[in-house]
Design a protein around this ligand. Structure first.
Ligand SMILES: Nc1ncnc2c1ncn2[C@@H]1O[C@H](COP(=O)(O)OP(=O)(O)OP(=O)(O)O)[C@@H](O)[C@H]1O
Length: 244
């Protein structure tokens, strides 16, 4: 399987604060990869470095066999890296459908028929009945779906999902997981940062744990979650507690 994304010794410092610390990993095309870690561990920063909204302090980012370390964010989007944000900010005065058309015109879509493609994405993300509603009138779940749909409309090869399930009810979360599984099964590579671990592990086949900007564990999700170090870092269960 070809490598879609490769990070080599990526570092990011804000003054004296190191937020990405020698991050190195390869991601095969078509993989669904989860990233977890405590608040402030540097997860969203990593997305900013992959998407190009932040420049690395050192190290390299390769996407689809090209060195994109110095490539601006808009160009990376056109190359096929799309992202959903923790807090959705759609164009609230535009319709849901128009929001997708905007994303399609800026992205990597190259669709022969962008309108038909956007309608198909609305259908796949459950937003077709809301297509002509102003984006500002959507519920939280619908806004999350729109965030996903806009990212898809840009024609991604790699989709970065930043805490997309946050704030949803259990039932809503389940609905969204099914939609993301559909995207994964269509062959789009996915990296998903999420605190709702059961939602994440329902989709991803590999998990990376970040703490203080450093990768501290990675591998098959159930094995990673059973690692005592991960339990201590992520869930506050210390090895001593379990022994008591
Ligand atoms: N532009 C910036 N300037 C200075 N410090 C920053 C900047 N962006 C992020 N940080 C700091 O970097 C650290 C990592 O932030 P980041 O948002 O990447 O963490 P996170 O793991 O995504 O957290 P959360 O789970 O809460 O979203 C935090 O201490 C944050 O305050």
């Amino acid at each position: 399987m070809a490598t879609i994304l490769s990070l080599s010794n990526v570092n990011k410092n804000f003054g004296a604060l190191t937020v990405s610390d020698d991050v190195t990993f390869d991601m095969p095309e078509g993989q669904a990869l989860g990233i977890i870690g405590p608040n402030g561990a540097g997860k969203s920063t990593l997305f900013n470095l992959i998407g190009g909204t932040l420049a690395v302090s050192s190290g390299t980012v390769q996407f689809a066999k090209q060195d994109v370390t110095r490539v601006p964010a808009a160009e990376r989007c056109r190359m096929g890296i799309a992202r959903s944000f923790q807090i959705p900010h759609p164009f609230v005065g535009m319709s849901v459908y128009e929001n997708l058309l905007v994303a399609s015109s800026f992205g990597n879509s190259g669709h022969h028929d962008a309108k038909a493609e956007c309608r198909d994405i609305l259908d796949r993300t459950g937003l077709l009945p809301k297509a002509n509603r102003p984006a500002g009138s959507l519920t939280l779940l619908e806004r999350k779906r729109l965030e996903l749909a806009r990212a898809l409309a840009s024609g991604p090869k790699l989709l970065l999902l930043d805490e997309i399930a946050g704030g949803l009810t259990e039932a809503e979360c389940h609905e969204l997981v099914e939609t993301i599984k559909g995207i994964r099964d269509s062959g789009v590579s996915i990296i998903w940062i999420e605190h709702i671990v059961h939602a994440l592990t329902a989709v991803v086949e590999r998990l990376i744990v970040i703490d203080f900007g450093k990768i501290v564990a990675e591998g098959e999700p159930s094995k990673v979650m059973a690692d005592p170090l991960v339990q201590e870092i992520y869930m506050g269960i210390s090895v001593d507690d379990t022994a008591a």
